[in-house]
Design a binder for this molecule. Structure first.
Ligand code: GRG
Length: 292
């Protein structure tokens, strides 16, 4: 099962899938049956849209050179997969299903799943340090570690978990989702642009695009939790019942409208690139219309 992005992204998705497979195979002796490696493979190679990696690739491409984008695309998917394993744990969202399969802790046990999450995070950074020369390696590593850190995924997740069963205001909700989802989208776009040697102006435009796209992506996630099915999303639905979401504030139509507005703002940021940014525009349209 492959999760649908527009057909025009299929080539990039295939190349990314190959590179992800290679990063977990190269240098590993044939026949190795390490349980942590098996759990890393289980999550990283499971069917996924690979939207963050595609974003790295498209950001590099619109800046004129996608030839050095792949290590940053691989690393962002390693980090994202690590976050999914942790997010699903019993002490966090206690989610039984991910990417259409039992969550990592159910399939591999909690201890191995936690180690696999650390393994994937470590692998992401290690891959950057090996694949890029020093200045680019340092810049992308720093970008990604900021995105994971105390103004990023970790902070967003902590606030989200602690807000379960609590009433939060709209600004708090927006901050949680900016950190949980938006910052990694921004880092992905910036990493792609940096790999292409982009100008500061191009990086700023892509950051604005990705920030808005990431928040729209999360709002659509909230909508799909209410309107989607397990078969479409690959995860348990109606799972946010104990949380404040964009749907609790604005209803389904209001949340969709907000996602559309954010995508329009994202597209607006692409103006300096003209027609060259059409694939990024297509990605924004995918986000607002997605069912998975
Ligand atoms: C140390 C890496 C690390 C993280 C610790 C657990 C945690 C902090 C953060 C959780 C962040 C998280 C899982 C946010 C949800 C983002 C989201 C919308 C996930 C679904 O992404 P898709 O739809 O999934 O792109 P696929 O399966 O297609 O890749």
């Amino acid at each position: 099962m492959s999760r649908p992005l527009p057909a025009s992204f299929a080539d990039a998705q295939r190349e990314i899938a190959r590179a992800l497979d290679a990063v977990l195979t190269d240098g590993v002796p044939v026949g190795t049956s390490d349980p942590v490696l098996a759990a890393m493979r289980y999550t990283l190679l499971a069917p996924s849209k690979r939207v963050r990696a595609v974003l790295v690739h498209l950001a590099a491409d619109v800046c004129g050179d996608a030839t050095r984008a792949m290590p940053a695309a691989v690393a962002v998917e390693c980090i994202h997969a690590s976050s999914l394993i942790l997010d699903d744990l019993p002490s966090m969202d206690n989610a039984p299903l991910r990417r259409g399969r039992p969550s990592a802790h159910i399939a591999h046990g909690e201890a191995v799943a936690i180690l696999a999450a650390f393994g994937l995070l470590n692998l992401g950074y290690a891959h950057l340090s090996r694949a890029y020369a020093a200045p680019l390696a340092a810049r992308v590593t720093s970008l990604y570690s900021d995105a994971v850190g105390l103004d990023g995924l970790i902070a967003g997740q902590a606030e989200d978990v602690l807000a379960t069963d609590a009433i939060i205001d709209f600004d708090t909700l927006e901050r949680i989702h900016r950190r949980k989802t938006g910052v990694l989208f921004s880092a992905a776009a910036q990493a792609g642009a940096l790999s292409a040697g982009a100008t500061d102006a191009a990086i700023a435009s892509l950051t604005s695009y990705a920030k808005n796209l990431g928040l729209a992506f999360q709002i659509v996630d909230d909508v799909l939790d209410v309107t989607g099915t397990e078969a479409e999303t690959g995860k348990a639905v109606r799972a946010d019942a104990r949380k404040t979401t964009f749907v609790s504030f604005s209803g389904i139509d209001g949340a969709r409208e907000l996602a559309n507005e954010l995508c329009a703002t994202a597209e607006h940021a692409l103006a300096p690139f003209g027609k060259r940014a059409d694939a990024l525009r297509e990605l924004a349209h995918f986000v607002t219309g997605r069912r998975s």
